[in-house]
Design a protein. Structure first.
Length: 367
């Protein structure tokens, strides 16, 4: 065999082979060449044609191939001999064709030599090229790099093999980046943990109770807002409506601020956790994800995001229909009053929905 570049191309074994019954077996045959490059290799063979034990002619055959030699990947360094050498256990390298020495294993990761690198428990990597791991959003989703036996219920973004995941395994209820998305059949609880959806009638009864309670609170708030608007300057304004506004402003502010990860002290985080539930009680009592199952292309979170984004328009339509019915039943014909009541009701409902819209938008950027 011959090749075009006799300087860099090296064969690890002999380059001369014999045939048996006209068949060449090129084994073992390993070539080494500059990583990320290609060359041309020509294989030549000659066959002697004999007649009555007398060689009468020689026929020559030629095969030309142009192999491509891969780059040095994760966990490999480029030696002076232009060969890829694996990093030892406890060290790693994340650059392509780098001549740098393998460095110590990054924090929160295990390095078992070469490209066998993965995050420890409760941490996750975006890809095999990341030289760092990030903490997961909860302590039950991320299992680390290894599992004892292959399990199809566990999610891995980039597998090394059936039991080792270079990006980190997600437990059976979780999937997606940072193991922060619930699988089909599960829904978010407190925007962190995934809980199983249930067909228990009590679950749906509770959902109905929450919706009724929300409607009662909206009606109460709207009535107080309309009363406040009808008061003259000489009358004393009702304190109830003012106090409700102050309370809602406080709860909304606390809920939105708690959505940002500012590494609050544990006492402050606990206070935020309790108070933020007040502003989104419906989301903490039952999850919309169970009512919006994932399709083949849209995950539950994005279905929820789309639903919540369109909810203001839906609620405005409902408000218009409700006030039309009220005016028809009571036989009111004052258009100015109708417009005023609709506007006031829409403002109140959108004000109450504001926290949920902001929190869902923030979660969309986080996950």
């Amino acid at each position: 065999m011959t090749w075009t570049d006799t300087t860099n191309l090296k064969a690890s074994t002999t380059t001369s082979f014999d045939s048996e019954d006209g068949v060449f077996t090129l084994d073992p045959l390993i070539f080494s060449y500059t990583p990320g490059s290609s060359t041309t290799i020509t294989l030549k063979s000659s066959v002697e044609i004999a007649s009555s034990d007398i060689i009468t002619d020689t026929e020559k055959f030629t095969l030309t191939i142009s192999p491509y030699f891969r780059h040095c990947g994760v966990g490999e360094r480029l030696t002076d001999a232009k060969e890829c050498a694996l990093c030892d256990s406890g060290t790693a390298l994340f650059e392509v064709d780098s001549t740098s020495q393998c460095s110590s294993c990054p924090d929160n990761m295990d390095c078992y030599g070469g490209s066998v690198i993965g995050p420890v428990e409760n941490y996750w990597r975006f890809s095999k090229w990341n030289d760092y791991a990030v903490a997961c959003v909860n302590d039950e989703a991320c299992l680390g790099n290894s599992i004892t036996e292959a399990n199809s219920n566990y999610y891995c973004k980039t597998e090394y093999n059936s039991t080792f995941c270079v990006t980190g395994w997600c437990s059976e209820k979780y999937t997606g980046n940072m193991c922060a998305t619930c699988k089909s059949g599960y829904a978010k609880s407190s925007d962190i943990y995934c809980v199983a959806c249930t067909n228990n009638p009590g679950y749906y009864i509770l959902a109905v109770v929450v919706i009724i309670a929300a409607i009662v609170f909206i009606v109460f708030t709207v009535r107080n807002a309309l009363k406040l608007k009808d008061f003259t300057k000489s009358d004393a304004k009702p304190k109830t409506s003012i106090l409700i506004k102050i309370f809602l402003n406080y709860v909304q502010l606390v809920s939105i601020v708690s959505s940002f990860d500012f590494e609050w002290p544990s006492q402050v985080s606990g206070l935020f956790s309790v108070q933020s539930k007040v502003s989104s009680s419906s989301a903490t009592v039952f999850s919309v994800d169970c009512f919006l199952p994932s399709s083949g292309t849209i995950r539950p979170f994005f279905s929820k995001l789309l639903f919540i984004s369109l909810s203001p328009l839906l609620l405005i339509v409902i408000v218009l229909v409700v006030w039309l019915i009220i005016f028809k039943v009571k036989k009111w014909s004052d258009r100015a009053r109708f417009k005023s009541n609709v506007t006031t009701t829409c403002v109140v409902i959108l004000f109450m929905l504001h926290t949920t819209l902001v929190q869902t938008s923030i979660l969309g950027f986080r996950f």
